[in-house]
Design a protein around this ligand. Structure first.
Ligand code: RFL
Length: 396
């Protein structure tokens, strides 16, 4: 390392921007394989460890962690094998079954991040730099790429072989790719979900509730908490949803007057949309996770698609670095995108079905009846159920 007072110049093999689930999983896989890497993150460790989001690691991702020899250390929480699809009064317990292999796990994203940081920093002595600002990417043709960033000790240059953009939808990585290279494909659903983390556990099965009053879901977030999601207008704001209104709507939409108010830890809005950016690479920069694609939470696939990207990318990087075979890296985007489009289709299918089958205000009664027919098919056709299970498991 060269040091010039407050300016350092260093080298590493892989520079990863973002210590979310994508960046930390990649760094852990690389570190376990003996590859030098540095993760730079704009938040502090405590913040990244307490950010609540996804709740299910799907069966494909569980297998991936098993393959990398990390499942026991990283995954906690019970297996996830059922969903209660509730259409107004009637309950249909849908079993997510696979013919082989591991079940999905109710492991919260927060717990996965805590375990990744423990493994990467405390066990493997990995290099994660929190509280960085002003990350700038230099990714010129025929030159080693580099990132520059600042932190409390000054400004720093990190020269590397590859830069991996794991910095989510609002990061700097994707925006460093010229507009002429990148295409954005997007779909807006026209409504939002209010996401509320509450101090009340799921007592039976996780619920996907379809109701004439709008969609509601209750999913586990650890042994004592649940995340409720309620369909709402795009024009709504937090000020429109008092805790009392939230609980009244939950009781109404689940048709269950016995549900008691509990402490609400947080509430925020998620406008439902799907986005794909293509290609997911430019010169020596590779995008993974939310930096490259977004799906609505209705399908519970965002974190799992991020983990899929990382599995493919980690193998491609190892092949390039250890065997001097860059073919998989050159084909990274072409390998990933068909899988992403497949799961975008699943997300649109799930989201439309759950919303259209309920409140007909947005798309009318014709779409309501076709969506209910689709649900009915799911409960009565073993073929439809099997396909749905494969998507839920992440194995399609
Ligand atoms: P993340 O988790 O957003 O991490 C990106 C990291 O990059 C950092 N960063 C920067 N660092 C340095 N310099 C910069 N300039 C930077 N800009 C950003 C950020 O601070 C952050 O630490 O992206 P990643 O790793 O790609 O992971 C993606 C997942 O987080 C996301 O897909 C899921 O959370 C989506 N998601 C769900 N996925 C599921 O599989 N199942 C679910 O049930 C589920 N529920 C959800 C969700 C996402 C939600 N929100 C808030 C969007 C529920 C919600 C409400």
């Amino acid at each position: 390392m060269k040091t010039d007072q407050n300016n350092t110049i260093e080298e590493t093999t892989i520079a990863i921007i973002g210590a979310g689930v994508s960046g930390l999983t990649l760094a852990t896989f690389l570190r376990k394989s003996g590859v030098a890497c540095v993760v730079v993150e704009r938040r502090d460790r405590a913040y990244t460890e307490t950010r609540q989001r996804a709740g299910v690691v799907d069966a494909r991702a569980v297998k991936m962690f098993e393959h990398w020899g990390l499942a026991e250390k990283l995954l906690s929480g019970p297996v996830a094998q059922t969903i209660d699809y509730r259409l107004n009064d009637s309950s249909h317990i849908f079993e997510i079954v696979g013919e082989d292999g591991s079940p999905a796990r109710f492991c919260t994203q927060q717990m996965l991040i805590v375990n990744l940081l423990k493994e990467l920093i405390d066990v493997m002595a990995g290099d994660v730099r929190f509280d960085v600002t002003d990350v700038i990417i230099q990714n010129e043709e025929n030159q080693r790429p580099q990132i520059t960033y600042s932190n409390a000790s000054g400004s720093h240059e990190l020269i590397c072989d590859y830069i991996i953009g794991c910095d989510g939808d609002r990061g700097v990585s994707r925006s460093s790719i010229p507009d002429s290279i990148l295409t954005k494909y997007s779909h807006e659903f026209g409504y939002a979900w209010l996401a509320a983390l509450v101090e009340a556990p799921v007592t039976g099965h996780p619920i996907m509730g379809i109701s004439d009053h709008g969609c509601v879901a209750q999913l586990p977030r650890g042994p004592h908490r649940s995340r409720y999601y309620l369909q709402c207008e795009l024009s709504d704001g937090s000020e429109d949803w008092s805790d009392e209104r939230l609980w009244n709507e939950i009781r109404l939409r689940l048709n269950d007057e016995t549900i008691k108010n509990a402490m609400v830890h947080d509430k925020f809005f998620v406008p439902l949309r799907c986005v794909v950016y293509s290609p997911m690479q430019y010169r020596n920069l590779f995008l993974a996770g939310d930096a490259a694609h977004l799906v609505p939470p209705a399908s519970a696939k965002g974190m799992n698609l991020a983990l899929y990207d990382i599995d493919i990318l980690a193998q491609a990087l190892l092949s390039a670095l250890q065997n001097q075979d860059t073919a998989a890296l050159e084909n990274y985007s072409d390998t990933i995108l068909p899988h992403i489009w497949n799961y975008q289709d699943f997300s649109v299918w799930m989201t439309d079905m759950m919303h259209d089958a309920g409140d007909p205000t947005q798309h009318g009664t014709f779409r309501q009846m076709t969506a209910r027919a689709r649900l009915d098919n799911l409960f009565h056709s073993p073929t439809a159920a099997r396909l749905h299970s494969e998507y839920q498991r992440g194995t399609n």
